[in-house]
Design a protein around this ligand. Structure first.
Ligand SMILES: Nc1ncnc2c1ncn2[C@@H]1O[C@H](COP(=O)(O)O)[C@@H](OP(=O)(O)O)[C@H]1O
Ligand SMILES: [Mg+2]
Length: 362
């Protein structure tokens, strides 16, 4: 007999208890399964490189982890590349004249440049708000909500250690579409998207992405890379890769330096020409021993290639062998000489003085 004269039926108690257990099971099963998965697999956010329960968003200001910046730069180059590819495949390029180079060549801009720039610039700016970012195109979409997803690719995790630097020491250079001229001619093999990170003006991280081959090369100075130099280079009779649309006097200078029989490879894009010096598994990638450029060129065109070459033990300098500083002004006046696993200084010594050479030709 229960208190107050209420009689409990044993069957009712059993049903009540079962119902209660059912509710408890329902409430906790997801939670327990989640905890179990966490125990076995680890936290997905942590596996992805971010902290637990940290949604994508701006990172704390003050210092920057170069490994995170590398992972975000790779993602930015890939996202920009998706726009470049999409616009080219749509065949609606909205090609416009942007102005003229000092030599009078028309500089073009397309929807591929603009849309890639939006993705690349805002992904990096929104994620690293305190970092100085210089980009080739006009920045025009402040409401673009895009962040780095905080995932660090496995190969970067394996090869690169976290490395914090002050945010104010960093300058990022973005080229949202290198080889625009060739892009408009549908010469897709030359096109790249590039991100470079300079620390105190020195190129430290380079990312060169080929949107039409789905290939990405990255490297960090004193860190590691996913690309390497070829096993040999011809020093005595180098194959020289040069610009096809901003050549200036480069052919004459190359022949004057290395002889009339020198093989000269005209090609589009500064990113493409740096990759031509490396071991790149892409059938459409030509191979060369030295890259020479003699006209004015902008730092977003060359910084990523400079960082990649430097990380692999190569060099990119002006034609007189000076290092290029990637802060301040966006132009490089002294031409370019890029090489790897050859005597770079010997090449500098061989090259005629650019001033004298250009007077000789005019
Ligand atoms: N004299 C010059 N003035 C301005 N930009 C130049 C230049 N020479 C080359 N460039 C830029 O450098 C990149 C590589 O040039 P090239 O293909 O001729 O080797 C191209 O960048 P974009 O395509 O990103 O504009 C091109 O516009
Ligand atoms: Mg460029």
């Amino acid at each position: 007999m229960a208190p107050m004269g209420i009689r409990l039926s044993p069957l009712g108690v059993a049903v009540f208890c079962l119902l209660g257990l059912g509710v408890l099971y329902h409430l906790y099963s997801g939670f327990l399964a989640g905890r179990l998965a966490l125990f076995v697999l680890g936290d997905p956010a942590e596996r992805a490189g971010g902290g637990p329960d940290v949604p994508p968003g701006p990172l704390p200001e003050g210092t920057v982890d170069l490994r995170e910046l590398l992972a975000a730069s790779v993602l930015a180059a890939v996202k920009g590349g998706e726009e470049v590819k999409r616009v080219r495949e749509s065949n609606v390029l909205n090609e416009k004249a942007k102005g003229k180079t000092r030599e009078g060549a028309e500089e073009k801009m397309t929807s591929g440049d603009v849309l890639s720039n939006r993705k690349m610039f805002y992904l990096l700016k929104n994620t690293f708000p305190s970092v100085q970012i210089n980009t080739e195109e006009h920045v025009d979409a402040p409401d673009e909500i895009i962040f780095w997803d905080r995932s660090i690719p496995e190969d970067i995790k394996e090869k690169i250690q976290p490395k914090k630097v002050p945010a104010e020491s960093v300058t990022v250079w973005i080229d949202p579409l290198d080889a625009t001229h060739e892009y408009t001619e549908d010469l897709r093999q030359y096109v790249t998207t590039m991100v470079c990170v300079a620390v105190n003006g020195e190129p430290v991280i380079g990312v060169i992405h080929k949107p039409f081959s789905a290939y990405t090369a990255w490297a960090m100075v004193d860190g590691g890379s996913n690309v390497k130099a070829r096993s040999s280079y011809s020093e005595r009779t180098p194959r020289i890769i040069v610009s096809r649309s901003h050549a200036g006097k480069v052919e004459q200078i190359a022949r004057q330096t290395f002889g009339n029989k020198t093989v000269i490879i005209p090609a589009g894009g500064a990113g493409y020409k740096v990759l031509a010096l490396l071991d790149v598994p892409d059938k459409k990638q030509e191979k060369a021993d030295v890259y020479i450029h003699v006209t004015y060129i902008k730092k977003w065109d060359i910084c990523a290639g400079n960082a990649v070459l430097k990380a692999l033990g190569g060099h990119m300098t002006t034609l007189t062998g000076e290092e290029i500083s990637y802060t301040g002004s966006d132009g490089n006046e002294g031409g370019l000489l890029a090489s790897i696993n050859v005597d770079h200084q010997a090449l500098v010594d061989k090259l005629p003085d650019l001033e004298k050479a250009s007077h000789k030709q005019t």
